[in-house]
Ligand binder design. Structure first.
Ligand code: ABF
Length: 267
């Protein structure tokens, strides 16, 4: 018997869309001037939500993309585009973005994020840190108590020349089987980012939060137990790593779409 129940894919789309429309409603003010637009399939709905408010709402806004995908979205919606490095400079400083919206692969209970499933993490981080307010738009599938629970790997952007050494160093840090990503977005061979770099996906056991640390568990990687901040600190020290897909300790990060209202739509 045919069922009228929406299928899992349709439920996921409606959860992403609901999160995106709520994020725009709650966090984009008509007085905002510079707005960061991230990458991924949820952000498509963020741009749709902005466009749905009509041209006069965004007439005085300029949109800053995190890569080629979001640049295309901004252009297709008829919104004003400005690359990150082309923002006006006032008193010697590039103007801050009022707000940036972006998706996430996993969000922990302290609102730390794993990002980079779409290979745009470097520019996403640049846009996120340039914004006064960073809004992660994520449906309930992305919610985890600790990072690396559902999304098991940390995406790491590397200089291709350094990839073999970085892989070895990651193994020495307790990542059992880090691999150079292939296929996306170039479809063949290694995944090449918008910056001409490669992505390594490095699995780690679930990452601890500062509140998990005890006298016995110091979060320094012994027995594979890393605290998120300590791991991030060690990773960025490795020569050849350009940026990591751990977004932690961001001031003012807010995640929209993880609340109860979306649990009902959980596939
Ligand atoms: C970007 O797109 C990434 O940082 C993240 O990897 C991904 C999320 O994509 P989606 O919204 O399609 O799940 O935000």
């Amino acid at each position: 018997m045919a069922s009228n129940a929406p299928n899992a894919a349709a439920l996921i789309e409606s959860a992403k869309k609901a999160a995106a429309f709520q994020a725009v409603e709650d966090h984009l003010s008509p007085t905002d001037k510079f707005v960061g637009i991230g990458s991924g399939s949820t952000v498509v709905y963020v741009v749709e939500a902005i466009a749905a408010k009509g041209p006069s709402f965004s007439a005085n806004m300029t949109f800053v993309p995190t890569g080629s995908q979001s640049k295309g979205l901004i252009r297709a919606a008829g919104l004003r585009l400005c690359n990150l490095d082309e923002r006006p400079v006032v008193d010697g400083v590039s103007v801050a973005l009022d707000v940036a919206f972006d998706g996430a692969d996993e969000v922990d209970e302290d609102l730390n994020l794993i990002k980079g499933g779409g290979a745009c993490l470097f520019q996403e981080k640049l846009v996120a840190v340039a914004a006064k307010k960073f809004i992660a738009v994520a449906d309930s599938r992305k919610q985890s108590p600790r990072l690396c629970t559902k999304w098991k790997t940390i995406p790491i952007e590397v200089l291709p020349l350094a990839a073999p050494d970085v892989l070895n160093r990651l193994k020495a840090m307790g990542s059992p089987n880090p691999v150079v990503r292939s296929g996306l977005p170039s479809k063949a061979g290694e995944c090449v980012t918008d910056n001409g770099m490669w992505i390594i996906d490095a699995p780690f056991p679930p990452l601890l939060l500062p509140k998990d640390l005890t006298a016995e568990v110091d979060g320094n990687g012994k027995n594979g137990a890393w605290e998120i901040g300590k791991l991030a600190e060690e990773l960025v020290k490795l020569p050849g790593i350009v940026e990591i897909g751990l977004f932690h300790g961001f001031n003012g990060v807010q995640a929209v779409g993880l609340g109860k209202q979306f649990q009902a739509q959980k596939p």
